[in-house]
Design a protein around this ligand. Structure first.
Ligand code: M6R
Length: 612
């Protein structure tokens, strides 16, 4: 959550910082601010609300300094306001800090600093950093002061700092919140960001900081050390994203663009990974652990939100096709239960678009510490989950900017189908079953295109349903998690209360909600539980609740029961979530638009949740 960007070079920093903030706005958008070093002074500007407000506040009188840091905020401590926006400065205004993460012992630190005369201006945890560094800097060099201050801190940080005393330097440090450094192509400009999407317009060469590392950016380069100031040599990574991938193009919102990218995503996830003749998946990212995978007798999948829903689909897939027992655990719960884990026989699969979700990382580290084989299903290539897992499968969905996950969910589910195929063929799955699955995976992009062609129809349906205050989403077996995913999309961007349920559970409680004013969205495609699903819809019909059903092309029976239907092409049941989720994504998107909301920036949310 929150976005950081910083620049040191030859050009005025302000425009580069504002551009970086606009690209990072999806990380947090309740306020924004920047600090530019100008004629030996620190000039700060802050504004509550979007980056556009900050740009307006900076106006024509922008400082021409060529060193600066900036931040877009998602509030944790203190309401969104000008005072609480970053950067935060020390008493003299000579040190400015932007920070992602949470300083857990901030109250204790603040009390101590106040008792020693420091005057605070905000309610944030971050401001203690500026004052603490100021205090140490009275007797140490700035670098030593930063390292000393960070020793006093309990919590997480990705931070950047500028100081009037060292006007040609930016200091950065990381523990728990991502930081990436950008190296300008001519060697005379350097960048820092919390996310590579802020850097793509300027450079492709980046260095990812690891936890407990510190870096100093100057006019001549980047020096990296541990927080104990021991030198660290860091590899340079190439970002392969294109500018088109991080821009909205012809679409009104990133969410729409990302939904429409899904045929390409379905092709990318499987590209070079399917052996049609052998009915196998070729997963290079798992090659190093293949022998260990053969012996695995149990899998735990961890993730949050949509990633956890993808994991639930994966659970059905792996159990059916590879016959390995699977359990899905919410990452936020995993660490706090007494999980029984046999490191010899268990693999833990962390699923994450960003690869930076604090809860997922925490759970992953717990599993690693206990000796489990850890795998990642990740989108962001240089991310922490990708780097900390033993092996994994990248989904190659390209940058996902909209807060609501769409193409990443789709990529994760397809990655699970590849994993199931791989594990299945290592065990008892026949080549024939494998071949069928490979053929169906190849056919997905075209089928997804067909669903997207119904966009106008789904928009009209969304308008029709946009006045309802709540909805129940129902699905069975593979599509029970899809119901949960559809409901999550609706609540997070359209602010309509929605519950996703396994349809069989409806009669155990939620049916009490149903009447004419409470629609049901049903996943009723032709599969092994189709007849059961139809019976559930009869029960809904009897309560006179409106029904919007996702059905298989050519199905006449559900037509009789439902008020509205969206037809999707047929596929094997295992892959049906990949097609069935798309109408639900479009429906939520159009509901948000119909209700006058910005689907890309839902209230109270941010793209990457890097706090617990
Ligand atoms: O980056 P991750 O996949 O780890 O993110 C997990 C969740 O925060 C994420 O899926 C969230 O639930 C989305 N907003 C859902 O659309």
């Amino acid at each position: 959550m929150c976005g950081i960007v910083g620049y040191i070079g030859k050009r005025p920093a302000t425009d580069i910082l504002l551009d970086g903030l606009r690209r990072l706005e999806y990380r947090g958008y309740d306020s924004a601010g920047m600090a530019v070093v100008h004629d030996g002074d620190i000039r700060t500007a802050k504004s509550v609300g979007r980056v556009a407000n900050l740009a307006q506040a900076v106006g024509q009188s922008r400082p021409s300094g060529t060193v600066g840091i900036a931040h877009t905020r998602w509030a944790t401590h203190g309401v969104p306001s000008d005072e609480n926006a970053h950067p935060h400065v020390d008493c003299q205004g000579g040190i400015a800090v932007v920070h992602n993460g949470i300083i857990e012992n901030w109250e204790t630190l603040r009390r101590g600093l106040e008792s020693r005369g420091h005057v605070f201006r905000s309610q944030t945890d971050t401001e203690v950093l500026a004052h603490l560094i100021e205090e140490y800097a009275s007797r140490l060099t700035l670098k030593d002061a930063l390292a000393a201050a960070l020793k006093d801190v309990i919590g997480t940080f990705g931070l950047a700092l500028v100081s009037a005393a060292e006007p040609r330097r930016i200091y950065v440090a990381r523990r728990g919140s991502p930081i990436v450094l950008g190296l300008g192509p001519k060697g005379d400009e350097f960048y820092v960001a919390s996310d590579p999407s802020a850097l793509v317009a300027y450079t492709r060469d980046v260095v990812y900081l690891d936890d407990d590392e510190l870096a100093v950016l100057s006019d001549v380069g980047v020096e990296t050390t541990t927080l104990d100031l021991v030198h660290r040599e860091k590899p340079i990574t190439k970002i392969d994203w294109t500018m088109e991938e991080i821009e909205r193009g012809r679409f009104p919102h990133f969410m729409a663009k990302e939904i429409f990218e899904q045929p390409a995503v379905a092709a990318n996830v499987v590209r070079g990974r399917l052996d049609a003749a052998g009915g196998r998946a070729v997963l290079g990212g798992l090659a190093s652990v293949d022998e260990r995978l053969r012996k695995i007798e149990r899998i735990t999948i961890i993730g949050c939100g949509s990633a956890a829903h993808a994991g639930l689909v994966g659970e059905y897939m792996i159990e059916e096709y590879a016959e390995v027992p699977v359990e899905v655990q919410l990452a936020s719960e995993y660490r706090y239960r007494r999980t029984v884990l046999d490191p010899e026989k268990e693999a833990v699969v962390a699923v994450s678009q960003s690869g930076e979700t604090a809860d997922t990382l925490g759970a992953l580290r717990e599993a690693k510490a206990r000796g489990a084989l850890t795998l990642g299903i990740v989108n962001a290539v240089g991310s922490t989950v990708a780097r900390e897992t033993d092996a994994g499968v990248f989904i190659h969905a390209g940058p996902e900017i909209a807060v609501a996950s769409t193409k990443a969910f789709l990529g994760q589910v397809i990655a699970f189908s590849l994993l199931s195929l791989h594990l299945g063929r290592q065990r008892r799955m026949s080549a024939q079953v494998g071949e069928r699955l490979v053929a169906e995976l190849h056919a997905l992009p075209q089928k997804i295109e067909k669903i997207l062609q119904q966009d106008a129809k789904i928009r009209a349906l969304a308008r029709k349903y946009s006045g309802y205050g709540g909805m129940l989403y129902l699905g069975r077996r593979y599509n029970a998690p899809v119901a949960a995913e559809g409901a999550l999309k609706l609540k997070e961007i359209a602010y309509v209360h929605a519950e996703g349920y396994a349809a069989g559970e409806m009669k155990h409680g939620p049916i009490a909600l149903l009447d004419r004013s409470f629609p049901v969205v049903a996943l009723a495609t032709k599969d092994g539980v189709y007849a059961k699903m139809r019976s559930n819809l009869e029960e809904v019909r009897a309560r006179q609740a409106p029904i919007l059903a996702v059905v298989s092309e050519g199905d006449e029976e559900v037509l009789r029961l439902a008020d509205d239907v969206i037809a999707v092409p047929r596929t094997i049941e295992m892959l049906s979530p990949i097609l069935n989720v798309i109408p639900l994504q479009l429906f939520a998107y159009h509901m948000a638009v119909a209700r006058g909301l910005d689907p890309d920036k839902p209230r109270n949310l941010a793209k990457s949740v890097t706090v617990e």
